[in-house]
Design a binder for this molecule. Structure first.
Ligand code: GLY
Length: 563
């Protein structure tokens, strides 16, 4: 946005009132002190109760992460991993990588048959799809370094929730039903989710309560070296998996430097590799910064064009350059430098769509699932965290360890199963994200914190696979460029482009027909059916008066709780 058109932006904001974009009555929950926004009310409440008890955002992170494993087994987990970006009240920032890793026995071609073709389902369904989980290590690392309450204070309410059970929502009823055929395919024995669950039923998780009780008593090592580790490894191996006790024992989280960059008067703090989120977000935002998006208008033809073209170019780089930084050299500084990005956008014209084939690096499509979950927390002391966590697919690998009470991830599918296919320029794409023992798979998760004029402005993030980055982007732009409230910014219709396939996705029935037709005339392929939902954003905005506004996405059961 250009400062020079401030007067105009006030005019646009006024005009927007008429089309309900800036209806100030459409605010999310506003509170004085502290807030948690997550995919389920039960998890947000447990996190907020921890804050009320005097805990800080990091204590609440630990509690919310575990509570989501009970309340939202679709994506919440201890059988997966995630990323946390944080900003302390004193302005100090950091990031934690508790991403899953490939087992020691993993090999580059483990998902290919003798002819070199990808074996269907092998990297998505069942025990071979499972990466070494990082969530328990993540919770303990956060608590040890940054927390203030005891681990019992944090875990006990989650154990109580698992025993008490969680009431099934309509959306959950539908999700469980949808995935039951795959539960049967992945599991030898019947699991709790095979039953026909209806809205308002209560699902109890006694086995999970016992697992958490052991973890509470014995600490992090219970999961990685103790009885739980032994039972978990036996279960995975009995189901044909390759994870060993040594794999679990060797798992470590990594504290990382977040990616930071400026956009107008904002400082954006986001996740560094092995997530592509921060670098890709930085590339897109720096490429669109010179354009007057607020003047163009929200979801206008020109805004969609500029954003789409920046996304096309950033995602082409993502596929080629990004992977686990402990295994590959990533030219991070260059990728987000002004010179490089100006050059990348030099071929853009409002007159005609660029073809992805004229931009591209690799020719390997990144196909990622739309699940995962995000939570944002700001505490009464001014600390903020932004966490995105995942078991990858819906209910992960669908493999449910009834003995321990949780689903296991299918994060191995986030690696490139078949790298090394040269693109039209002869470059080898996706090698950076090929499988290797102990390597972390590339992610799109983009937990993000935004500062304005050196002060905390927003904690934001979303699930949505490859659409995560573009959903976070649009939410920040909705607040900053289009003057929306947090709730409006989260609820606003979204679109997405990711270089390949060369198609712009739109949430159905959300964009004017004329805009779609104009885009088509300019050479854009569009699709309004493929993604009924793009992202499911949860965020918290610090208002000018210091209060906090929650944005809990209307697309899910997401809920803000605070005080
Ligand atoms: N599994 C989704 C992601 O890491 O981006």
């Amino acid at each position: 946005m250009k400062r020079i058109i401030l007067t105009l932006s006030i005019f646009v904001a006024f005009v927007s009132c008429n089309n309900n974009l800036v209806d100030k009555s459409k605010r999310g929950l506003v509170v004085e002190n502290a807030m948690v926004v997550s995919a389920r009310a039960e998890a947000s409440k447990i996190g907020a109760d921890i804050l009320k008890k005097g805990g800080n955002a990091f204590d609440a992170m630990a509690a919310t992460q575990l509570a989501l494993a009970v309340a939202y087994p679709y994506a919440g987990n201890i059988g997966g991993g995630g990323f946390m970006v944080y900003r302390k009240a004193n302005g100090e920032i950091g990031a934690l990588d508790y991403r899953e890793k490939a087992p020691l026995a993993a090999t580059k071609n483990m998902y290919l048959d003798s002819l070199g073709n990808v074996i269907p389902d092998k990297s998505t369904l069942g025990a071979m799809a499972v990466g070494i989980p990082g969530s328990v290590a993540g919770v303990f690392a956060v608590h040890e370094k940054l927390g203030s309450l005891t681990i019992e204070d944090i875990i006990k309410p989650v154990i109580d929730l698992a025993i008490r059970g969680v009431v099934v929502t309509k959306k959950q009823e539908e999700r469980i039903k949808k995935y039951q055929p795959l539960f049967s395919k992945a599991n030898k024995d019947s699991i709790v989710f095979d039953k026909i669950w209806k809205e308002n039923d209560t699902i109890k998780y006694p086995a999970f309560a016992e697992t958490l009780t052991r973890i509470m008593k014995n600490g992090r090592d219970e999961f990685y070296k103790g009885e739980t580790a032994k039972r978990l490894v036996k279960f995975i191996q009995d189901n044909g998996g390759i994870i060993t006790e040594e794999d679990l024992a060797k798992y470590e989280v990594k504290w990382r430097n977040p990616v930071t960059f400026e956009y107008d008067d904002l400082k954006i703090i986001s996740m560094s590799p092995p997530s592509s989120g921060g670098i890709c977000l930085a590339q897109i935002m720096e490429m669109i910064e010179p354009y007057d998006l607020d003047k163009f208008g929200h979801n206008s033809l020109k805004s969609i064009q500029v954003i789409t073209e920046a996304e096309r170019r950033a995602y082409a780089d993502r596929s080629f350059y990004l992977g686990d930084p402990d295994f590959v050299t990533i030219p991070g500084k260059t990728l987000i430098s002004n010179e490089y990005l100006e050059d990348r956008m030099a071929s853009f014209s409002f007159e005609k769509a660029t073809l992805s084939s004229d931009v591209s690096h690799g020719n390997v499509q990144v196909i990622e699932s739309n699940e995962t979950t995000h939570y944002s927390i700001i505490d009464q002391f001014g600390n903020s965290v932004s966490v995105t966590t995942t078991i990858n697919g819906a209910y992960g690998s669908k493999l449910y360890c009834s003995d321990l009470g949780f689903f296991l991830n299918n994060e191995m599918d986030d690696f490139s199963s078949k790298p090394g296919v040269p693109n039209m320029f002869g470059l080898i794409g996706a090698e950076a994200n090929s499988i290797a023992p102990e390597k972390r798979m590339l992610s799109s998760m983009t937990p993000t914190i935004v500062e304005k004029d050196g002060k905390l402005l927003m904690s934001v993030g979303t699930p949505g696979g490859s659409t995560i980055i573009t959903s976070v982007l649009q939410t920040i732009l909705n607040v900053h460029e289009y003057n929306m409230t947090m709730q409006q910014a989260v609820d606003a219709p979204r679109f997405h482009h990711q270089w390949l396939p060369d198609v712009v996705l739109f949430e159905p029935n959300s964009f004017p027909k004329e805009i779609i037709e104009q885009l088509q005339r300019l050479g854009y392929s569009t699709n309004e059916e493929r993604s009924p939902v793009i992202g499911k954003v949860d965020g918290i905005l610090v208002l000018e008066n210091g209060k906090l506004e929650g944005g809990a996405d209307r697309r899910g059961d997401d809920t803000a709780v605070g005080f």
